[in-house]
Ligand binder design. Sequence first.
Ligand code: FES
Ligand SMILES: [Fe+2]
Length: 371
Amino acid sequence: MPNGILPVMFTGFDPGLPLERARTIPNTWYASAEVAAAEREAVFARTWQLVGRAEQVAAPGAFLTADIAGEPVLVVRGEDGVLRAFFNVCRHRAAPIKTESCGQAAKLRCHYHGWTYDLAGKLRGTPEFDGVEEFPKEGNGLVPMAVAEWGPFGFVHLTQPAEPLADFLRPLPGWVESRGGFGNLTWKARRTYDLACNWKVYVDNYLDGGYHVNTVHPALAGVLDYREYKTVCDGKTVVQSAPLKPAEGDAGRTRTGDLAAYWWVYPNLMLNLYSGVMDTNLVLPLGPDRCRVVFDFYFAAGTPDDFVRESVAVADQVQAEDVGVCEEVQRGLNSRSYTTGRFSVKRENGGYYFHQRLGRALLGSGGSLGG
Ligand code: FES
Ligand SMILES: [Fe+2]
């Protein structure tokens, strides 16, 4: 499907309305294979996507693989120290070159018929392929894509990026710098959750400006100063923040410092930051009504193991609460009784900002909103 063109039945959304008069994207956008295909093209192939951790590909020969909205990706550090990314698709018969999630390799050997590529993606070995005409090895290397690092993260871009990663993420990198950078945060754990809902339901839930915190997350509500909770939309980000207040229990013990900051980066990445504690949530569409959310947990170096366990357990509890409402919402969106909803002007500016960005990408007027 060409970029920015949806069948007319899906165009029932006006991203130009002010928040006071705005409606959500229609329920059909949460269930349709056509919209999911349009998103792969106009959203996921047109944005920088978190692909893994920089430390996984720090040494020459280290590689990692990922799936970005159905595209197989291979990221590898060359012998020259340069980080490269390729489509993880062999030029012979399209098998994946690497099937492990990460590892170490001297060369990239396809496991199907044994073609080999060097770490820079050049085709080197083609067993039993003599006599094939008009087949220059130089023109048959792995197909590259853009890759960039920021802090502990690696990102890729499936098509030619419109802007460098640092600009795409703005103003997040400047904010992180102003708070002292990532410092000594170290990756400790990963949790993966599969949800029976469209990926946008999960993002909507994240971006509701704290609207559901008191009702759905009683423990989290105890540590956040809800009256001071605020949402700022800027560039391709939305940041929600609130001062922390002292509280009893696991949440109070593991969520400390002056501020909780919840950063969303269009379209599917979240970074949740507390003092000495950070987790990232990457929302991966698996189909119109299924998604996977990958949590990676980082802690300040030297954080005791029992604190790590307790902190991950707090996040796991919050996630269980979110999964419950997200799956309920998906069922409601499928109801013949519901088409669109309205936004709280006080709370839900972030959610509408997401719908505007997404709507403009899908309806074809590009990403002109706020940079
Ligand atoms: S598909 Fe890779 S060598 Fe045949
Ligand atoms: Fe939540």
